[in-house]
Design a protein around this ligand. Structure first.
Ligand SMILES: NC(=O)c1ccc[n+]([C@@H]2O[C@H](COP(=O)([O-])OP(=O)(O)OC[C@H]3O[C@@H](n4cnc5c(N)ncnc54)[C@H](OP(=O)(O)O)[C@@H]3O)[C@@H](O)[C@H]2O)c1
Length: 414
C-alpha cells in the first residue's frame, strides 16, 4: 500500500463509499455501529470518509481522503472506472458487484496484482454465505471438480412458494415483489442472468480459468408451471434454479437452469430467499454453505468483513477473550416420553404437575398398550431447571412404570 493512502498510520481507517442504496446505506450504518468493536479488535477505527451517489460527493475528493474504497454502485459503468482508478491510486477495493467481476474480472485482478492492492468481493456471490472466502482460503489447495449453487434468492423464493402454496409463477413473482425479494424489474433474476454472473465468478475461482459472463449458458424460471412442481413432488423431487460449474473432460462447463433434485441432495432443502453453494472435490468429498443470499444488512455484513480483512492480515488467532457470564440454566423445548398405567386421570395429574412448575404442553400423543399406556408430549420452551423439577415429581407418581425419557427439541425452522 502506498504511504499516501495513510495505511499503517495510527489514525482512523478511512473508507470511501461509492453508492448509498440498499447495500451502501446498510453498510454505512453497520460500519458506524461496529466501529468501536472493530477498533478494539484490530487497533484502528474505520470511518466513512466520503459518500458518492448520483447526487452527492466527488469521486476524486473521496479517493484522496480514503485508505480503502467500497464500491456499491452496481453495473459496469462507471463502477469499472472507479475501481480501476482506486486501485491505480494504491487503494484496496471491496465490491459486491457480480456484473462487474463477471465481465471485467481479469482486467481488475491484473490491476490489483499490478498495483499491489487487495480486491475483495465476498458479497458479490450468495450474499453473506462465505463461498468466496472458503474457495480462496480454506480450499486454496483443493482440486475442485464441481460447484453447484442456488445463488439467486428471488428465484428460489418464487419456486419455493409455488411448491408450498400451489401458486402460479406470476402469483409467486408478485408476492416476491410485494415482500421486497424481487425488484420492480425482475428480468436479471428470473432469466437466470444474475445467477449466471455469480457462477462465472465461482467458476473462475474453482478452476483458476478466466470465465466471462458470455460463456455461461443460462435459462430462467419463467416457463416453470405448477404442474411441473406437483408431479415432481409425487416423485420425491424438488425444483430449484441451479448454477453449475464443472470440469468435463479437459474443459469446463458453466450453466444455469431449473433442475429437479432428489430429496437427499444437499441443495434440495434450501428454501425461500436462502442461497447455498456446494463445492465438490475428491479430497474433501463435499462442502455445502448456506445462508441469506441478499438483503441490505446481510450483504453489508459480508462487505464489512472484507473491509476488516483488508485492514489487517486475516487473524489466525481469535481476539483476546473477555470474561462473560456462563449461563447454565437455559430454555429449551422438551420431548417427554412416559410409560404409565392405562387408567383415567393419569394425563390430568401429569399435566397438573407440569402446570405447577410453569411448563406448558404444546402437543400430546397418547397410546393405549393393553394395561399400560404411552404418553408422549412436546413442551413449549421452558427453563431446564423447571422442567427437570417437574419430571422428578412425575417420575415418583405410582402409575409411572419407567424412568421418563427426555430429549430436547429444536423448534426453529428456516
Ligand atoms: N441489494 C442486494 O440485496 C444485493 C445483494 C448482493 C449484492 N448486491 C450488489 O450490491 C451493489 C449495490 O446494490 P444495491 O441494491 O445497494 O443498489 P441500489 O440500491 O440501486 O443503490 C445503488 C447506489 O449507487 C448509486 N449510483 C448509481 N449509479 C451511480 C453513478 N453513476 N454514480 C454514482 N453513484 C451511483 C445510487 O445513487 P442514488 O442514490 O443517487 O440513486 C445508489 O446510492 C450491486 O453491485 C448489487 O449487485 C446487492
Amino acid at each position: 500500500m502506498s504511504s499516501e493512502s495513510g495505511l499503517g498510520d495510527g489514525g482512523p481507517f478511512r473508507v470511501g463509499l461509492l453508492g448509498h442504496g440498499t447495500v451502501g446505506g446498510a453498510f454505512h450504518e453497520l460500519l458506524d455501529a461496529r466501529a468501536e468493536a472493530i477498533e478494539a479488535e484490530v487497533g484502528r477505527r474505520p470511518q466513512v470518509a466520503g459518500v458518492l451517489t448520483r447526487s452527492r460527493g466527488d469521486f476524486d475528493d473521496i479517493l484522496e481522503r480514503s485508505d480503502l474504497v467500497v464500491e456499491l454502485i452496481g453495473g459496469t459503468d462507471p463502477a469499472r472506472e472507479y475501481v480501476l482508478r482506486s486501485m491505480a491510486a494504491g487503494r484496496h477495493v471491496v465490491t459486491a458487484n457480480k456484473q462487474l467481476l463477471s465481465q471485467h474480472g481479469e482486467e481488475l485482478f491484473d490491476a490489483a496484482r499490478g498495483h499491489g492492492v487487495q480486491l475483495r468481493f465476498e458479497a458479490a456471490v450468495a450474499g453473506v454465505v462465505p463461498a468466496i472466502r472458503v474457495m480462496n482460503e480454506t480450499l486454496a489447495a483443493a482440486y475442485i471438480d464441481r460447484v453447484h449453487g442456488i445463488v439467486n434468492g428471488t428465484t428460489n423464493f418464487i419456486l419455493s412458494e409455488m411448491a408450498r402454496t400451489g401458486e402460479t409463477y406470476a402469483e409467486a413473482l408478485r408476492q416476491a415483489q410485494e415482500l421486497g425479494y424481487a425488484e420492480a424489474d425482475p428480468t436479471e433474476d428470473v432469466t437466470g442472468k444474475d445467477a449466471a454472473a455469480k457462477m462465472a465468478i465461482l467458476a473462475r475461482l474453482a478452476f483458476n480459468a478466466p470465465v466471462h459472463l458470455d460463456q455461461v449458458s443460462y435459462e430462467g424460471i419463467e416457463r416453470v408451471t405448477v404442474d411441473d412442481i406437483e408431479y415432481a413432488r409425487e416423485l420425491g423431487l424438488s425444483l430449484k434454479l441451479i448454477g453449475t460449474a464443472e470440469r468435463i473432460g479437459r474443459g469446463i462447463a458453466v450453466h444455469v437452469h431449473p433442475a429437479f433434485l432428489y430429496s437427499g441432495h444437499p441443495l434440495a432443502t434450501v428454501d425461500g430467499a436462502f442461497n447455498a453453494v456446494t463445492i465438490e472435490s475428491p479430497a474433501i468429498t463435499e462442502i455445502t454453505l448456506s445462508g441469506p443470499g441478499a438483503g441490505g444488512p446481510q450483504t453489508a455484513s459480508a462487505v464489512l468483513g472484507d473491509v476488516i480483512s483488508a485492514m489487517i492480515p486475516p487473524p489466525s488467532l481469535p481476539p483476546p477473550a473477555v470474561e462473560q457470564q456462563i449461563v447454565t440454566d437455559v430454555e429449551f423445548s422438551f420431548y417427554l416420553h412416559l410409560e404409565v398405567a392405562d387408567r383415567p386421570g393419569v394425563l390430568a395429574q401429569v399435566a397438573e404437575i407440569l402446570g405447577l412448575q410453569g411448563v406448558s404442553i404444546r402437543s400430546v400423543v397418547q397410546k393405549g398398550l393393553g394395561q399400560e399406556a404411552r404418553l408422549v408430549m412436546v413442551m413449549h420452551p421452558v427453563l431446564e431447571s423447571k422442567f427437570r423439577a417437574a419430571v422428578e415429581l412425575i417420575s415418583r407418581l405410582e402409575f409411572v412404570r419407567e424412568t421418563p425419557r427426555v430429549i430436547r427439541v429444536i423448534e426453529e425452522t428456516f
